[in-house]
Design a protein around this ligand. Structure first.
Ligand code: SF4
Length: 237
């Protein structure tokens, strides 16, 4: 377990899907296995992320300063924001309630408030994107004043423009959706979820949650081979 925080956005999202998957993420992450298709999807997501970041030419990527030393991201982020009133940061780190999140793009306004942009490569605002945005918003809003929280997603296909909640009136190759008001209302639920997930993460015993449809939705769980193995062993007795 990394020093300085207990959960991350990814672990929180995993915990919403399955308590056992969260526990494995914390205690036995080396058991995770991703398919070739999942790896390709991650690559496509990174390519889209980079294309969006190219639209913010003054942006500074904190991962270039700190690499994988994610525990140091929040302090370094705070320092950069304090030094430059108009800072634009990529991978800015925020820590609250033992949860670390890294924001894709943070733009600071002269009054010190932040505009946050989370990048999603899909062409519409799915429920999973909303859940993802909710935990990011919760943590960041407790660290700094927020002006807006936005999701940037790929433009919908030209033959189905209605699949986006917000039309794109510009020439930009992506759509920006402002979720600030929606997310402001979810704080109590997120705090409750985090409290439960911290108990799971700190427990030394692995949950015995059985496999089921939740192993496939909303994401294909990377521990399916491991849990299936347990079922096969049980079947021998
Ligand atoms: S395979 Fe299913 S039961 Fe096992 S950790 Fe993943 S979601 Fe949970």
């Amino acid at each position: 377990m990394a020093k300085g925080y207990l959960l991350t956005k990814s672990k929180y999202i995993r915990g919403l899907q399955c308590d056992r998957a969260l526990w494995l993420d914390v205690h036995r992450p080396n058991l995770a296995r991703y398919s070739a298709e999942q790896m390709r999807r991650f690559d496509r997501g990174r390519d889209f992320e980079q294309a969006v970041r190219d639209s913010f030419p003054t942006g500074h990527n904190i991962s270039l300063d700190l690499g994988r030393n994610t525990s140091a991201y929040p302090e370094h982020t705070a320092k950069l924001l304090d030094e430059n009133p108009e800072a634009v940061l990529f991978e800015a780190g925020f820590l609250y309630d033992d949860v670390l999140v890294l924001a894709d793009i943070v733009c600071q306004r002269p009054d010190g408030s932040l505009d946050i942009f989370e990048i999603k490569s899909g062409s519409k605002l799915s429920d999973t994107y909303r859940r993802d945005a909710a935990i990011q918003h919760y943590v960041i809003a407790h660290c700094r004043p927020l002006h807006s929280f936005n999701v940037i997603h790929a433009n919908p296909p030209a033959d189905n423009p209605g699949s986006s909640e917000q039309s794109n009136n510009s020439e930009l190759p992506f759509t920006i959706v402002d979720l600030t008001d929606d997310l402001d209302a979810q704080s109590d639920t997120i705090a409750h979820n985090i409290s439960i997930m911290k108990d799971i993460a700190l427990d030394t015993k692995e949950p015995t949650t059985p496999t089921g449809q939740h192993c496939l939705e909303p994401y294909a769980c990377p521990y399916q081979h491991y849990c299936a193995q347990g079922i096969r062993q049980l079947a021998l007795f």
